[in-house]
Design a protein around this ligand. Structure first.
Ligand code: PEP
Ligand code: MG
Length: 570
């Protein structure tokens, strides 16, 4: 049995689909010219069918202009110049694979050296088509998430957020990766999409082959390859029980998040893309407490998304939330979130470096475009904005001033912009928690990013397995900072939320409630279990509990204390 980190709950048994790029090894022996020509022609025909099928499946999911990319790929594949050059090489004695590779490489080089941005971008398309064609010449499987049409469990080294976003829940019943941790972004996406997932499962790539059956328990992190009938039966039974439990919670969808003694809080959702809003609605989310807008930037392949593209995405989310608050976090890029089209400076500590609001205050062109898009979309619902990684009051004031400028410009240009947009900030750097009162004068609200607040308070990289023992969101040091932020917000009549993963931790809920937290923002599937928990607690009692745990010395003691308390209630 292998063991990983369970990051998105569910228990499944299914066939493996390995998402690994095939290793290209060219043939050594020389083939007959006629056979090589025939192999090439067959590969062209198969590549054409593959692209047509992908286009067909994508229709309805993608916008018409996004679908055009497949037509462009077909045109490239059938370009007489491209095919003609490959055939000429085969006729001159080359094997089909070598000829395809050489001509593709040559074309990619030629296009990428052109000055015109349009042609430069085509280099990536030719590379894509050429790679698919070459794999087909060699008879290799090209992994393609959109082509999956039967139930599978994806096995990969790691998944990018865009791989995760492409997954169709109907067929992808789970995924298991070698890399990643609880707060890695593919894990966060898996929870939003409600796909059972185990990450950081060392050895899974070597232990599995395509079509092998595995049983995965994404509540404990256990993965069994080629399970016996008994194990299979046990996993299926427990999987069904878990589903039934989740189903039973659905009665709470329209219920308020209120304690036994009538203290009301808000349970909101974290989203990464407009697609995630379905999950928010289906799970009774009262708001969107964190929209990680950077996923839009990470999905974009060639350049920063323009104002129009962003506006459309933001508007779609606001419209679907029908007047419920949507907190747009401005671009939080850097650290583990990189872009294909932007060169970050070489830094020894990227998590402490040029990222998030630091980058936005420096590259105001990027920041202003995003603010304009959010402001324009604000006419379609209840938008709020928050800035990530604020360390100094000056940063907040500068970011807010830029926001005010863009707002004024838009109003002058005649755009309809909402006039009640709250402008808040994330508290995720210890400096801003320690100085929370100073910030609370200016910010309309705080949202505590416990993922980063923990990593910076404990000086323990959130993605590192080696120091994971120090990654302690319930350490009294972190809880003390959380209390400071909540108290400061309340002193100035502002509200305070938590949007890090701690918000959905069932052990943390009694403490956060007792500290007076106003909003709990989490991935959609966690909402109903959290609501059930809040509805079972007494606020006044939780105030005492929170005061007690802050006196304790360690995370272990705090967990044990809350667990004992909860056990005594059951
Ligand atoms: C956090 O740091 O807690 C947070 C919510 O933001 P992210 O996980 O995207 O860094
Ligand atoms: Mg963060």
């Amino acid at each position: 049995m292998l063991k990983g980190i369970a990051v998105s709950s569910g228990i499944v048994v299914g066939k493996v689909y390995k998402l690994v790029q095939p290793e290209i090894v060219l043939k050594e022996e020389k083939g007959e010219t006629s056979a090589e020509l025939a192999a090439f022609k067959a590969a062209v025909a198969k590549t054409r069918t593959d692209i047509e099928k992908i286009k067909e499946r994508a229709a309805g999911k993608l916008k018409p202009e996004e679908l055009e990319i497949f037509d462009a790929h077909l045109t490239m594949l059938d370009d007489p110049e491209y095919q003609g050059q490959i055939e000429a090489k085969i006729n001159d004695g080359s094997n089909a694979d070598l000829a395809t590779k050489e001509v593709t490489d040559m074309m990619v080089n030629m296009f990428s050296m052109m000055d015109d941005a349009y042609f430069k971008e085509r280099a990536a398309d030719i590379k894509d088509v050429g790679q698919r064609l070459l794999c087909n010449v060699l008879g290799l499987k090209v992994p393609d998430l959109t082509a999956i049409d039967e139930e599978v469990i994806i096995v990969a080294s790691d998944l990018t957020p865009s791989d995760t976003a492409q997954m169709d829940k109907k067929f992808i019943i789970g995924f298991c990766t070698e890399e990643g941790g609880r707060t890695s972004h593919s894990a966060i996406m898996a929870r939003s999409l409600e796909i059972p997932a185990v990450v950081g499962c060392k050895g899974i790539l070597d232990a599995t082959t395509d079509d092998m059956i595995i049983a995965m328990d994404a509540t404990s992190g256990d993965v069994v390859t080629e399970p016996s009938d008994d194990v299979k039966e046990d996993y299926i039974k427990r999987g069904n029980e878990l589903k039934a439990e989740k189903e039973a919670l659905k009665v709470l969808i329209d219920q308020p998040s209120i304690s036994l003694d009538g203290h009301k809080v808000e349970i909101a959702a974290n989203i990464g893309t407009p697609k995630d809003v379905d999950g928010v609605i289906n799970n009774g989310g009262e708001a969107v407490g964190l929209y990680r807008t950077e996923f839009l930037y990470m999905d974009s392949k060639e350049d920063f998304p323009d104002e129009e593209t962003q506006y459309e995405a933001y508007k779609a989310v606001l419209e679907r939330m029908e007047g419920k608050r949507v907190v747009f976090r401005t671009l939080d890029i850097g650290g583990d979130k990189k872009l294909d089209y932007f060169q970050f400076p070489e830094e020894l500590n990227p998590f402490l470096g040029y990222r998030a609001i630091r980058l936005c205050l420096d590259r105001q062109d990027i920041f202003r475009t995003q603010l304009r898009a959010i402001l324009r979309a604000s006419a379609y619902g209840r938008a709020a904005i928050m800035f990530p990684m604020i360390a100094t009051v000056d940063e907040f004031k500068r970011a807010k001033a830029i926001y005010e400028e863009e707002r004024e410009k838009l109003v002058k240009e005649g755009f309809n912009v909402a006039d009640d947009i709250e402008v808040g900030m994330m508290v995720e750097i210890p400096a801003s928690a320690i100085m929370a009162e100073k910030f609370a004068k200016y910010a309309d609200f705080f949202s505590i990013g416990t993922n980063d607040l923990t990593q910076y308070t404990m000086a323990a990289d959130r993605g590192s397995k080696e120091v994971s023992y120090l990654y302690q969101p319930l350490n009294p040091a972190v809880l003390t900072l959380i209390k400071k932020a909540i108290d400061a917000a309340h002193k100035y009549g502002k509200w305070c939320g938590v949007c890090g993963e701690l918000a959905s931790d069932i052990i943390a809920a009694p403490i956060l409630l007792g500290l007076g937290l106003d909003e709990f923002s989490m991935t959609a599937p966690s909402i109903l279990p959290a609501r059930k928990m809040i509805r079972s607690l007494n606020y006044e009692e939780m105030k005492d509990l929170a005061a007690k745990v802050l006196e304790l010395e360690s995370q272990d003691e705090i967990r044990a204390y809350v667990e004992d308390y909860l056990d005594s209630k059951n």
